[in-house]
Design a protein around this ligand. Structure first.
Ligand code: BT5
Length: 282
């Protein structure tokens, strides 16, 4: 019998697949898994607990934007980390770590990149952590701090699994189904994602150099022409030439000057007829 991608999550199978996680709750619907885990953190929940949902009614994006997906067609995952001994200035890197974990999941558990896949779209990260599949947004990540000292960080990940073209909330989005994935079982995908997140979080704490090397190799922004909308207003255009060890993006502007960017919305610009035309992917 074929698996119905929109069938409920199997909470018992999910827990059984994740021995490194102290507690994994699977719910069909909630407001926001990030809000749930933030509340649990305030109540004293330990490192490595997670909430997985099939639907969010008040999913949050960055900067008060919203994250939306039809019921049963996506995964919303939030995880709590209490990374002891990591200095406050390094905590921002956890959002890059989460992006790497999603790319691991796409590569290892979805079949979209298998040799016999119908089309093998490119997968990678748009700085800092949007996961692009075939140039479109598959996943969004929102890391929020429940506490800075001691650190308690909520990593929220939304992955479009089974959305059809007419269900996409924005035209530059995509889903695993649209990219031809052979595995759309959200229980298995959530298990693969949390397993990858556990491994990448430890790589971040114990082998930062390897983590950053993997990030640079996975980041599609490097080497492309970009336009960055800066948080305080204003824009920066140029070529993305490097990512520093603290996660900052270095953009060589049109005057040839290197400028480091800590945060901002990046657009990848595509070469057209020798010039560059805007390509929206927020
Ligand atoms: C993000 O924000 O991309 C972070 C999204 C994080 C969602 C997860 S789900 C689990 C956890 N619980 C939560 O409440 N949130 C987290 P940002 O870069 O600001 O992008 C938001 C923009 O993406 C929106 O303004 C839309 O343009 C677009 N968008 C909304 N829903 C989308 C979807 N399903 N797929 C692709 N793009 C989407």
């Amino acid at each position: 019998m074929t698996h119905d991608p929109r069938s409920p999550l199997d909470a018992a199978a999910l827990r059984a697949a994740l021995p490194r996680w102290r507690r994994v709750l699977a719910v069909e619907s909630t407001g926001s898994t990030n809000a749930d885990v933030t509340r649990m953190a305030a109540e004293g929940a330990p490192d490595r607990i997670a909430v997985v949902a099939s639907e969010q009614t008040a999913g949050r994006g960055r900067l008060s934007r919203s994250w939306t997906a039809p019921a049963g067609a996506s995964l919303a995952v939030s995880a709590l980390f209490r990374p002891e001994g990591v200095p406050a200035e390094d905590l921002g890197l956890l959002s890059l770590v989460a992006g790497l974990a999603v790319v691991d999941m796409v590569r290892d558990a979805t079949g979209v990149l298998d040799d016999d896949a119908v089309a093998r779209p490119e997968v990678g990260l748009k700085w800092p952590n949007d996961v692009l599949l075939g140039g479109r947004k598959l996943c969004g990540i929102l890391v929020e701090a429940a506490s800075i000292a001691p650190p308690a960080l909520v990593v929220g990940i939304g992955v479009n699994v089974d959305l059809r073209e007419d269900e996409l909330p924005v035209p530059h989005a995509t889903s695993l189904a649209l990219a031809g994935a052979s595995n759309l079982d959200r229980t298995k995908l959530a298990a693969a994602l949390l397993d990858a997140l556990d491994r990448r979080e430890r790589q971040w704490r114990f082998d930062r150099e390897a983590m950053m090397a993997d990030y640079r190799a996975t980041c599609l922004t490097l080497g492309t022409r970009v336009r960055v909308e800066l948080p305080g207003g204003g824009e920066l255009a140029g070529e993305a030439v490097d990512i520093l060890d603290d996660g900052e993006l270095v953009v060589r502007d049109d005057a040839g000057e290197n400028r480091a960017v800590t945060a901002g919305d990046v657009r990848h610009l595509r070469a057209v007829d020798g010039g560059y035309a805007g390509e929206a992917a927020k």
